[in-house]
Design a protein around this ligand. Sequence first.
Ligand SMILES: [Zn+2]
Length: 394
Amino acid sequence: MRTGPSQEEIRRQNLGALLRHVHLRGATSRAELTTALGLNRSTIGALTADLASAGLVSEAIPKQRGRGAGRPSLVVRPESARVHAWAFSIEVDRLQAARIGLGGVVLDRRELGRPRGLVAAETAPLLAGALKEMRRAVPPGTIGVGAGIAVCGMVRREDGLVRLSPHAGWVNEPIGATLATELGADTPVVVANVADVCAFAEHARGAAAGCDNVIYLYGDVGVGAGIIAGGRQLTGHGGYGGEVGHMVVNRHGSPCECGSRGCWETEIGEYALLKAADRPEAFGREAVLAVFDAADRGDARAQTAVRQVGDWLGFGVGNLVNLFNPEMVIFGGTMRDLYLAAAAQVRSRLNSVALSACLEHVRLRTPQLGNDAALIGAAELAFERLLADPLDAS
Ligand SMILES: [Zn+2]
């Protein structure tokens, strides 16, 4: 017969809950923790002492003393400078590496341009070089909890293998395993799709904090979605769910790099916008932004392109709203700029496609974490192990 959890299991769960609270919310008084976690004061005191002796949190008397009588409640804060995760993001035009402290603090970061089509064998040494540089600046006595990698591609959940990154030509690339050899065998590495990672970050500590049904639409050349349904990340059986860029929306549309035709990303991705704006030779984020800028300055061709592509954006989002009934849709990558430039078209098409019941509470948003979402989210993946069992993982 299965009995309830043991005292030790409960203690470990509570340690994780307390650490997660200060990791996500920042410095919190013992009194607030008592209320937030539903535990009594002596339990909070004992848990905090355990986490402090492991070097994960610190306690201090608050600087601003209240006017009321009585002792002030000690404030518990994450040891952001001491406990860190490594975070990497591999996006179509750039590579980023960062050291991120507990609490989501960016302690150090490096950004590198990425030529289109850079193969995995050339990508890993660039990130490893950035890692080496950052390692030199790490003070002694710090605790590294692992590494997270966000990749624009389809990632197998069980082992982080990048199955396909069509715009870079990657097929079955073990980028996580390659970087793990640089990080050291004892460093756990988690790899995930960049849209999933951004959704995770915005849900944990960004625009979607407190929302349980969220779609984060990430786009550049390709388009993907990180989907959170009922508070949980929806990744599908193998980890490949959310490939919304390959929803076929136009059977007479253009060929897609996935081998199909008329996929959504062939109507809203970078190439679609540049082609519609009569700039077929251009590519890259700067070229995309130049179209929005031209439209803003009254260039008729650019305005038509933005309206046309914005209409397709609303068309697809309307279908996603019908499928998932989200309370929030976040537009990231160049989808952010497209949404801002064509908000009226997006809204108008969305309203005509989506069922009114599915649509009634949808909020359309841009990312609160901006360009940091992929790195913050990659670090969050690495912190998960620590938050699940703080004393075991540290
Ligand atoms: Zn496709």
